[in-house]
Ligand binder design. Structure first.
Ligand SMILES: Cc1ncc(C[n+]2csc(CCOP(=O)(O)OP(=O)(O)O)c2C)c(N)n1
Length: 281
């Protein structure tokens, strides 16, 4: 069919995110960018395969999908516009759809994905923002990485990053249960030595299960190149630390706040984390 493909948060990275037809994550106002949102919402037909219509996947009531221009096929039923067909099996629907003679669509990609770029010199002297953090993280992502995101700013900020292969983004997007990412990264490392987990976890979620890092040590993962590495996100919006002395391709550490700084002192915490980053070569 040659039609553009968007994922939702639940299906992110089910299709390799460097696929030429892939346009990004759709979720109303929580889409990965405005191009995806506009493209999906102005499409003459949106074919939704296995999509759960939930508050979260529809961007908390911000999605503007015209039901008269949608086909929603799930393992429960098939909805074509306002009609509902309970007896159509999902598998039959997919097989018939792929066998149907549908003219290939020619379309101009609305938003060809630009490769991430390191922070420019001028940007490095400004406040570090969450957007910057995800941009720098993107520089590291290749076929050997698996991003494991916890709940909070991590999962929503991560919608815009692109994994290089299928199933390289893992997050508890269905239940949105905090404390998932650190233990899940141990699972990733156990499942395959080929993937290096990158954990995105806030201080709140880290407090719930961060101690599981000891499990990684106990079962020997910490000695392996695929050991969990955490991107403890600096709460950076209010951080005034100049970044000029830092290397862009930094690695982070799971170092806790220094005693006495308190988790609520976000700029202080950001400073502590930044101090631990390797300085530029
Ligand atoms: C088990 C569980 N408890 C509570 C929540 C509700 N909740 C969602 S995000 C969040 C705060 C997350 O804090 P943190 O890990 O520090 O991340 P950030 O503040 O950066 O978003 C809470 C309490 C949840 N999703 N799951």
């Amino acid at each position: 069919m040659n039609i553009p493909i968007a994922a939702d948060l639940l299906s992110k990275s089910a299709v390799p995110e460097n696929h030429p037809l892939y346009i990004g994550v759709y979720g109303g106002a929580m889409s990965s960018d405005e191009h995806v949102r506009n493209y999906v919402e102005s499409a003459d037909l949106v074919l939704m395969l296995g999509t759960f219509i939930t508050d979260m996947s529809m961007g908390f009531y911000t999605a503007k999908l015209d039901r008269g221009r949608t086909v929603l096929a799930t393992s429960e039923r098939v909805n074509v516009r306002y009609h509902r067909y309970d007896s159509i099996q999902f598998r039959d629907f997919l097989e018939s759809l792929s066998a149907a003679k549908i003219t290939h669509k020619h379309f101009k990609h609305p938003n060809p994905h630009a490769l991430p770029e390191p922070l420019k010199k001028t940007e490095r002297s400004q406040k570090l923002t969450m957007v910057d953090v995800f941009r720098v993280l993107s520089l590291h992502l290749d076929e050997r990485c698996c991003v494991v995101a916890d709940i909070g700013d991590d999962i929503f900020g991560a919608v815009g990053i692109r994994s290089a292969r299928q199933a390289q983004f893992i997050a508890p997007a269905y239940y949105m249960s905090m404390g998932f990412a650190v233990p899940a990264s141990i699972g990733v490392a156990m499942a395959t030595k080929k993937l290096r987990p990158y954990v995105l976890v806030g201080d709140g979620a880290f407090q719930m299960t961060g101690v599981e890092i000891s499990t990684a040590v106990r079962i020997g993962q910490a000695a392996h190149r695929s050991r969990p590495r955490s991107y403890l996100r600096a709460q950076t919006a209010d951080c005034e630390v100049p970044r000029s002395a830092r290397d862009d391709r930094w690695e982070t550490t799971t170092a806790p706040d220094r005693p006495g700084t308190g988790t609520k002192d976000k700029s202080c915490r950001a400073r502590n984390i930044l101090r631990r980053l390797p300085q530029s070569a």
